[in-house]
Design a protein around this ligand. Structure first.
Ligand SMILES: Cc1cc2nc3c(=O)[nH]c(=O)nc-3n(C[C@H](O)[C@H](O)[C@H](O)COP(=O)(O)OP(=O)(O)OC[C@H]3O[C@@H](n4cnc5c(N)ncnc54)[C@H](O)[C@@H]3O)c2cc1C
Length: 438
């Protein structure tokens, strides 16, 4: 990998270096790398991408299955090949790529509006303060671990998230266990099943609280019929059992029954939380529903010059979506470098139950451009194909969109952006509301 490393530390304690770049991209996953490749290719701006991991590529680095790249490269790729594809694209376009470098915070969080953007960075070579004309947050998302899901019980070995599992199996090549339960039934849960099977682990059950799986039907059928993985619906893990090593999980079923499944491994999958720590520290407003930065249709946060893309905004969409957003965000970032302004008025976009969240979730009436090509939503219960999404503001209906097929939790629902130019101005804070008409 042709990536630049910071200068080696000298014998004395290194002082903090002060540097300036045009655009600093935080996170070398598909979103950050794709953005860097397009920006750097213009030849007009200096772009630096930093990542705290030792290798660039983000999550796909440890997804050793295929299922990446069809849209961008026209052929199926494994996660590591896909990671390399975007890292190469960024470096060949002229971006500087630095790994093992963590952005820890901002030097000027107290003055969000006009101050230059200055971030604090740490790496084995010491600390730095980087001043940038624009900062793009592409820090991704992670799965909530067992502790954050408040699952009681002992603290035995053998408890993973999908990310932990994939790193253990594919990156560190360490053994996992013999009998596993996978908690979740969305597409990433089936990736966990695949990794477990490749590691020679028997998957004794998948467990979901919902009454159905939430993956592509062919994926779920394959796991169930060809590989014999039973799907237990309407059930949740109530307790972890065992000392030292996991010996089983206690399940609570919706009908009140309790059962125990013997296993030495449990994988908690899905249930995402955006990696929003840096955004929060920078005083960037987070959207209450997504818990990622609140962004408008040009990926602008409410802090001038700070943009956000990828899983940080909508955990978690396919990698192609994250990369596409990176490419699309290049235009707004370049525009900011020229005119230096941020959005003046931002109309919130909010959802009513059973919808859970929407991204983007702000509209600038003066610039309603939705570079994302539309909106991404999630629902917490199934919506039939006869349902419609209704967009309104102040009681005025702006748009109605019929769903062409059922929508299920943990899968993408798309809403067209055709109505955004009709939102109207008005800084009265009246939100645009998205509701469901059945
Ligand atoms: C188990 C699993 C299987 C998947 N399978 C598929 C699949 O088959 N096909 C598909 O299309 N998609 C798949 N996905 C989804 C895909 O991985 C994501 O859409 C994609 O990785 C999102 O890209 P991103 O750039 O937004 O974030 P990420 O890939 O998460 O990258 C974010 C990067 O930011 C870095 N970072 C975070 N904070 C800091 C900081 N403070 N300083 C420096 N660096 C920082 C992280 O180290 C990381 O490298 C899968 C995801 C998972 C978890």
């Amino acid at each position: 990998m042709n990536s630049e490393q910071p200068p080696a530390a000298t014998g004395r304690a290194p002082g903090r270096r002060e540097r300036a770049v045009d655009v600093l991209v935080v996170g070398a996953g598909p979103a950050g790398l794709a953005l860097a490749s397009r920006l750097a290719a213009t030849g007009s701006v200096g772009v630096e991408v930093v990542d705290r991991e030792d290798e660039p590529g983000g999550v796909p680095r440890h997804c050793f299955h295929s299922g990446f790249g069809l849209r961008e490269a026209g052929r199926p790729m494994t996660g590591p090949a896909y990671a390399l594809h975007w890292a190469d694209a960024a470096v060949h376009a002229g971006a500087t790529l630095r790994t093992g470098v963590t952005v820890t915070g901002w030097s000027d969080a107290a003055v969000p509006a006009a101050a230059p953007l200055r971030v604090d960075v740490t790496s084995p070579a010491g600390t730095e303060r980087i001043t940038a004309r624009a900062v793009v947050l592409a820090t991704g998302a992670r799965e909530r671990p067992r502790a954050a899901r408040l699952v009681p019980g002992t603290r035995p070995g053998g408890v993973f998230t999908t990310g932990d599992l994939q790193r253990t199996v594919h990156v560190h090549r360490r053994p996992v266990g013999r009998r596993a339960v996978v908690v979740g039934a969305e597409s990433v849960s089936y990736s966990a099943v695949r990794t477990l099977r490749e590691a020679g682990v028997e998957v004794v059950a998948m467990v979901t609280e919902l009454p159905y799986h939430q993956a592509a039907p062919v994926t779920a059928l394959d796991a169930r019929l060809r590989h014999g993985v039973p799907l237990l619906v309407g059930a949740r893990v109530g307790e972890l059992l065992g000392r030292g090593r996991l010996s089983g999980v206690a399940l609570r079923h919706r009908d009140g029954r309790s059962t125990t499944v013997a296993c030495d491994t449990v994988v908690f999958t899905g249930d995402w939380i955006p990696d929003h720590e840096l955004a929060r520290r920078g005083g960037v407003t987070l959207d209450r529903a997504t818990r990622g930065p609140a962004v408008d249709g040009s990926f602008r946060t409410d802090r001038a010059g700070v943009f956000a893309v990828g899983s940080l905004l909508h955990a978690v969409e396919p990698a192609g979506t994250a990369a596409r957003e990176g490419l699309l965000a290049a235009g707004p970032v370049l525009r900011h470098l020229t005119d230096g302004t941020g959005p003046a008025v931002r109309v919130p976009v909010e959802v009513d139950a059973p919808l859970l969240w929407i991204a983007p979730n702000r509209i600038d009436p003066a610039d309603p451009c939705v570079a994302t090509g539309g909106f991404t939503l999630r629902t917490e219960s199934r919506l039939g194909p006869w349902s419609s999404l209704v967009v309104s503001r102040g009681g005025r209906v702006l748009h109605r969109q019929r769903l062409l097929r059922s929508a299920v939790p943990n899968r993408t629902v798309r809403l067209s952006a055709a109505w955004t130019a009709n939102v109207g101005a008005g800084a009265d804070g009246e939100p645009v509301r998205i509701s469901v008409e059945r």
